[in-house]
Design a protein around this ligand. Structure first.
Ligand code: CA
Length: 227
């Protein structure tokens, strides 16, 4: 899951980037509205976190451009002003949620996860399931045939990507950009190692095998009949 943060206050920007990266997201940070506007309009993100007050192109303008271009990526607004007019304006322009500074990181993370679930799945879906594998998105827990499995944040992100795109062949380049924010050329071995670890945790001791290697193409997650 790839997020864009547009925030001119460097402390807040760095803090959000670090926290969200540790939570397993790939995060781009733009420190002004111009760069943020450019990235929002040219790159594909699963969610945007926009500061309202930016010195050049403000958060409203970025949101307006996105919606005018027909891009309905979820947008979470950050504002220092607890102002009803701001809130109304944001929602009218098509913001999905609103957070007033200062906020606790846990609150932001909860909102981000809610918006991502809403965007990617039915609103009440908090669990992803394939065969006897279950991902609890709220509690970040993984179970296979009822056994709890400990995954790192990156492994969880990798597994979530593979389940959400179940049945699709995922090239290493796509996995690298979605989960590690790396280019294909940098070190594809990282992907192979991560897949091997994930497979050892979720597939080795269980049936049916869910992670499949398609030689020369990439990886896919599916049940054997459908694979
Ligand atoms: Ca600001």
């Amino acid at each position: 899951m790839k997020l864009l943060i547009v925030e001119d206050e460097s402390k807040i920007g760095d803090y959000l980037r670090q926290g969200l990266t540790e939570a397993g997201f790939v995060v781009d940070l733009a420190r002004n509205g111009l760069d943020g506007h450019h990235l929002a309009m040219t790159e594909a993100y699963d969610l945007l976190i926009l500061d309202v007050m930016l010195p050049d192109v403000d958060g409203w303008r970025i949101l307006k451009s996105l919606r005018e271009a027909g891009r309905n990526v979820p947008v979470l607004f950050l504002t220092a002003r607890d102002n009803v007019d701001d809130r109304v304006k944001g929602l009218e322009l098509g913001a999905d949620d609103y957070l007033v500074k200062p906020f606790a990181f846990a609150e932001l993370l909860a909102r981000v996860r809610t918006l991502l679930r809403r965007g990617a799945a039915p609103a009440n879906e908090t669990t992803l399931k394939v065969a006897n594998l279950e991902l609890d998105l709220m509690r970040r827990r993984v179970t296979r045939a009822g056994h709890r499995i400990q995954l790192t944040a990156k492994e969880f992100a990798l597994l979530e990507l593979m389940i959400r795109r179940r049945g699709e062949v995922l090239p290493r380049s796509l996995i690298a950009s979605q989960v590690w924010d790396m280019n294909f050329d940098s070190d594809t071995n990282v992907i192979d190692v991560a897949i091997r670890r994930l497979r050892a945790k979720i597939d080795e001791d269980f049936e049916p095998k869910l992670i499949h290697t398609l030689r020369g193409m990439g990886y896919m997650l599916d049940t054997p009949d459908e694979a």
